[in-house]
Design a protein around this ligand. Structure first.
Ligand code: GLY
Length: 352
């Protein structure tokens, strides 16, 4: 089949690669390779640290379990090494957070997560003396992980091209739809037809479909600091040590597509980082970035299908985590007509 995927973020690329591997001819329409949230994302694979619940938790854990295979395959195809670390340390900084974390860890470890270690304050500070003494309790979720998203995105583009995918530098501005069938899509200068279409346009989904997906701005800092252990996840900030730098994220702001780096955004993150690791006051600030998560009113994805198209959006804070399972679901739909149960859970009709 000839398939046109619109959107060059982690979801669009992962879907495109799965379809290429299954023998389809795939074109990927991308207006600006670096526009999407995937490049700015912290890359945490963190369903437990994020405190997810219900269907979203189940979907996220299923996708987490596909991650190693997804990454191995990507590295094999692209020939690129992508930095990956295992384990996220979830910190509780207040009494309320401590109660919530103690309750959640019981539930998560009985149902979903086998590799869990709990730390009372003294044990934690003995092992990680740089963490604030204000910490009340912590849990190491061993099955969670972190990926360097720039390396990931580069590897995805390399793999896409190595598999024979065709990259179109096009801004798809209009979709001609007859009921549940797409006839054609239009860019500023041209028009495109395909046997099947996939839309994975992140925070920009509303440009083509009237679903309630909106941008949720996040500032993230890149700093130089001698931190090497686990990702530290707290309500004040999350701190992500990588090979070449450390990330501090992220603000959550409902300000539309406001690309400005603000003093307020930087202040929240610098104060948050120092609250978790006081010595970070002395860290060198290398860069500040801003990205737009694809938010939805209930923070769950929006999946939709028609006769010859799929819409895969609204992954909000977890697009990197959700990429492997979203790509599997897309392939099963295209090749076997299989409608995943998640099309029902994440249907846009829930908002009506
Ligand atoms: N996944 C973390 C964030 O969106 O900030």
């Amino acid at each position: 089949m000839e398939i046109l995927v619109v959107g060059g973020g982690v979801i669009g690329l992962s879907v495109a690669i799965n379809l290429l591997l299954a023998g389809h001819k795939v074109k990927l329409a991308v207006r600006d390779r670096k526009e999407g949230a995937s490049w700015v994302a912290g890359g945490m694979l963190a369903p437990f640290s994020e405190g997810l619940e219900g269907e979203l938790l189940r979907f996220s854990v299923e996708s987490l379990h596909l991650w190693h295979e997804y990454l191995d395959r990507l590295q094999d195809i692209s020939g690129r090494r992508v930095y990956f670390s295992e384990g996220i340390l979830r910190l509780a900084l207040t009494e309320e957070e401590e109660q919530d974390l103690r309750e959640k860890v019981k539930r998560y470890s009985s149902e979903f997560c086998k590799s869990v270690a709990s730390y009372e304050t003294e044990e934690l500070l003995c092992e990680f003396p740089y963490i604030t003494k204000d910490v009340r309790y912590a849990v190491l979720y061993g099955e969670e992980g972190n990926v360097d998203t720039e390396e990931l995105m580069e590897a995805l583009y390399v793999a896409f091209e190595k598999l024979g995918g065709e990259l179109l530098n096009e801004d798809i501005v209009r979709v001609r739809r007859e009921g549940e069938r797409i006839e054609k899509v239009f860019s500023v200068f041209g028009e495109f037809t395909a046997d099947f279409y996939v839309f994975a346009t992140g925070a920009w989904l509303k440009e083509h479909f009237n679903f309630p997906v909106f941008p949720v701005k996040g500032h993230i800092l890149r700093i130089n600091a001698p931190l090497k252990d686990y990702v530290l996840y707290s309500s004040a900030a999350y701190i992500i040590p990588r090979e070449k730098d450390v990330l501090v994220g992220a603000t959550t702001e409902n300000k539309g597509f406001d690309r400005r780096i603000t003093l307020g955004g930087v202040k929240q993150l610098t104060e948050g980082a120092a609250r978790v690791v006081p010595s970070l006051q002395e860290a060198e600030l290398l860069e500040v970035r801003v990205g737009f998560r694809p938010g939805t009113p209930d923070e769950k994805p929006v999946f939709y299908f028609g006769e010859n198209f799929l819409v895969l959006g609204g992954h909000y804070r977890n697009g990197i985590l959700h990429a492997p399972l979203t790509a599997e679901i897309a392939l099963r739909f295209v090749d076997k007509g299989e409608v995943s149960e998640y099309f029902k859970s994440f249907s846009p009709y829930r908002f009506k």
